[in-house]
Design a protein around this ligand. Structure first.
Ligand SMILES: C[S@@+](CC[C@H](N)C(=O)[O-])C[C@H]1O[C@@H](n2cnc3c(N)ncnc32)[C@H](O)[C@@H]1O
Length: 436
């Protein structure tokens, strides 16, 4: 059924892949079709072939899904940020639930109890985002936006409907300001972080700012934000910490577990405030820390879970690779009189894991790569309970498969929609030692 151009193909979509693309099969060929939904018949433009998969893009929807909706964002499909805006929200959550269950069963992981998904607002949830900036000398034009999907091009955006709402997050106005700002060619990124007590804008620059350019920047920000609390920070090197433009900015905080948790502009922070609050509450409920238990919070970041565990009177060993987060977590725990020992270590190293004390329970929240070395350690050095929080379903399933083979069972699991409109899914799993 190839159309005359031969680059177009009519395809029947039967599922979504892990990146939110429609999947179609024809004989032995598999197609991943951007913009297509399960149950649809689409006309698709064929793109490149990678191994056994042909990539394609919807040109025309012939038979739409009843769950297809109009994407809210003008930049949908060009911007690489969201993949599922054309699917109604309940179905997005359902698709993520199905996907995690599929990954688990492929890895031979049985779950005794599935918790209903944790969800919050599907729009305006993202409190941290980094936008790229590029000035084209040739066109004398500033580009400001996210990376385009499947390329490193910056696609200019005016407004992002998944980001939190704030008058300073109007990128069209930023672009207009930058267009006439003398330092525009030296600005490569703007990172926005909405803490509970201020909006932080970190500008990555190639050279230090001269006083007049700094004043222009401050005037623009004051003009847009009026009386709202805003902090401007500057960053000159990828690995150097950002520097505040003023020394009297108040400490940044966000609330977790009913208390303020201190935050630095370049800390890792869970991007969805509402889902994070619910996630930490659910984690405490499932792990149920007892006073004086020895609990490790691995991949601890700036203490999102550690402080909540310590407040329930557990003795917490918090391990994190980024030294700045380790020291601020240690300092906060000291100030609040909480039993947290924060350690800087690389958790992919067996040596670092050997240094852990005997533990009653472990909470781990690794990056996308998962936690293969930690899993191996927990099989050789069993603990009573493990609470695993994961942002990648594939590596989570791999790790759970090993833990189940190594003597644990999965007593509870649930997805959390930390990133609505995108294909990303966060999952929480509670494991207990078989026989306990
Ligand atoms: C998904 S974040 C979770 C942070 C924290 N649990 C939270 O909820 O905010 C993963 C954390 O693991 C840290 N990390 C990444 N690789 C690591 C490694 N090899 N060893 C230790 N920590 C690592 C990152 O710096 C990041 O803070």
């Amino acid at each position: 059924m190839r159309s005359p151009t031969s680059r177009l193909l009519t395809l029947q979509i039967d599922s979504l892949n892990s990146e939110g693309m429609g999947v179609a099969r024809r004989g032995r060929d598999v197609f991943f079709v951007a913009g297509a939904l399960p149950g649809e018949v689409v006309e698709a433009t064929l793109g490149e072939r990678r191994r056994k998969v042909c990539y394609a893009k919807v040109k025309r929807v012939i038979e739409p899904s009843p769950h297809r909706v109009e994407p809210a964002c003008a930049h949908f499909q060009r911007c690489g940020g969201c993949q599922l805006q054309h699917l109604d929200y309940p179905q997005q959550v359902d698709a993520k639930q199905q996907r995690v269950q599929r990954e688990f069963s492929r890895a031979g992981v049985d779950v005794e109890f599935w918790q209903p998904p944790l969800v919050a607002a599907p729009w305006h949830y993202r409190r941290k985002a980094r936008l790229g900036v590029r000035f084209s000398k040739e066109k004398q034009e500033v580009y400001l936006g996210f990376r385009e999907s499947a390329s490193s091009h910056i696609s200019s955006i005016d407004f992002c409907p998944v980001m939190v709402e704030h008058p300073l997050l109007n990128w069209q106005q930023w672009r207009e300001f930058l267009q006439q700002w003398p330092r525009r060619a030296e600005l490569t990124q703007i990172e926005a972080l909405q803490a509970d007590n201020a909006l932080v804008l970190t500008l990555r620059l190639l050279k230090p700012l001269a006083p007049d350019s700094e004043q222009q920047l401050i005037a623009f920000v004051n003009n847009q934000a009026e009386a709202l609390p805003v902090q401007l920070w500057l960053k000159y090197h990828k690995h150097a910490p950002p520097e505040p433009l003023r020394t009297d900015y108040p400490e940044l905080v966000h609330q977790v577990d009913g208390h303020d948790l201190q935050l630095q502009p370049d800390d890792f922070v869970q991007v969805n405030r509402a889902v994070n609050l619910a996630m930490v509450e659910q984690a405490m409920d499932w792990l149920a820390p007892e006073p004086d238990e020895q609990i490790a919070d691995l991949f601890a970041g700036h203490g999102n879970f550690s402080m909540a565990l310590a407040r329930r009177r557990a003795n917490v060993v918090a391990v994190e690779v980024q030294a700045n987060m380790v020291s601020s977590l240690q300092e906060q725990a000291r100030r609040q009189g909480l039993a947290v020992t924060a350690q800087q270590a690389d958790l992919s190293s067996a040596q670092a894991l050997q240094a852990l004390p005997a533990l009653d329970a472990v909470l781990l929240d690794p990056p996308r790569a998962g936690a293969a070395a930690v899993v191996e350690h927990l099989i050789d050095n069993p603990v009573g309970r493990i609470l695993y929080v994961a942002c990648d379903a594939a590596t989570l399933s791999r790790d759970l498969g090993s833990l189940v083979a190594g003597g644990y069972r999965v007593t509870r699991a649930g997805i959390m929609d930390m990133f609505p409109q995108t294909h990303h899914v966060e999952t929480m799993v509670l494991l207990t030692r078989v026989g306990k």
